[in-house]
Design a protein around this ligand. Structure first.
Ligand code: HQG
Length: 179
């Protein structure tokens, strides 16, 4: 499969496993899983056939391991806008985590802290390089440092997704180091 096809299939999965399963008649279970056979049938019925082999390749080769396969089912590891309870354990984070954003959001972030915006959680990266990549999706990246260890000590819950993205509900400005 060439890279362009890989990206198209991955985007199609993101759309239907995170945001809009109903568009192709799919229903995710409470934890976000759907049987692989149902997904492939629904995609095909809605004009976007994916072979089982392509699906396996996208799941395996995806740089971010966005999708997880388990017992004939598939789900997105994080990033949902539809309500799902991923059932991730709450974990103690490292002292610092990183958030990649762009300059135009910095004034609002300074005021309100980091908010989940369209997702269920604020997404944080374990290292600066990853945060640079996340920020660069929107323009010149700005990396904010989050005092995650201190925040956790004040009772904030942190979750870690299967693909090593850190998730939390809100980061107040007091726990952000801004450039
Ligand atoms: C910003 C990708 C104004 C925030 C990536 C970000 C990531 C605020 C944007 C994952 C704000 C939300 C998530 C506030 C936060 N005022 N703007 N108070 N608080 N923001 O896409 O973190 O490809 O929902 O800085 O790799 O950019 O989907 O979050 O710029 O892991 O697998 O609001 O998405 O992964 O944008 O990215 P997003 P994100 P996938």
């Amino acid at each position: 499969m060439d890279e362009q096809r890989m990206i198209r299939v991955s985007k199609y999965l993101a759309r239907h496993l995170r945001h809009d399963p109903g568009r192709i008649g799919l229903t995710l279970d409470a934890a976000g899983w759907v049987p692989v056979d149902d997904l492939l049938a629904a995609a095909s019925a809605h004009g976007f056939p994916i072979t089982p082999d392509e699906l396996r390749q996208v799941v395996a080769a995806n740089d971010k391991r966005r999708y997880a396969l388990d017992d004939g089912r598939i789900r997105a590891s994080q990033g949902h806008s539809v309500p799902v309870e991923l059932g991730l354990p709450s974990v103690e984070p490292p002292a610092y985590l990183y958030h990649g954003t762009v300059g135009r959001f910095v004034a609002a972030i300074r005021r309100e802290g980091l908010r989940p915006m369209g997702r269920h959680h604020v997404h944080l990266s374990p290292d600066r390089e990853t945060a640079v990549r996340v920020g660069a999706r929107r323009g010149v990246p700005v990396v904010l440092v989050v005092a995650a260890g201190d925040l956790h000590a004040t009772g904030h819950r942190f979750l870690r997704s299967a693909n090593n993205v850190w998730l939390t509900d809100h980061v107040p400005p007091t726990h952000l180091h801004l450039p």
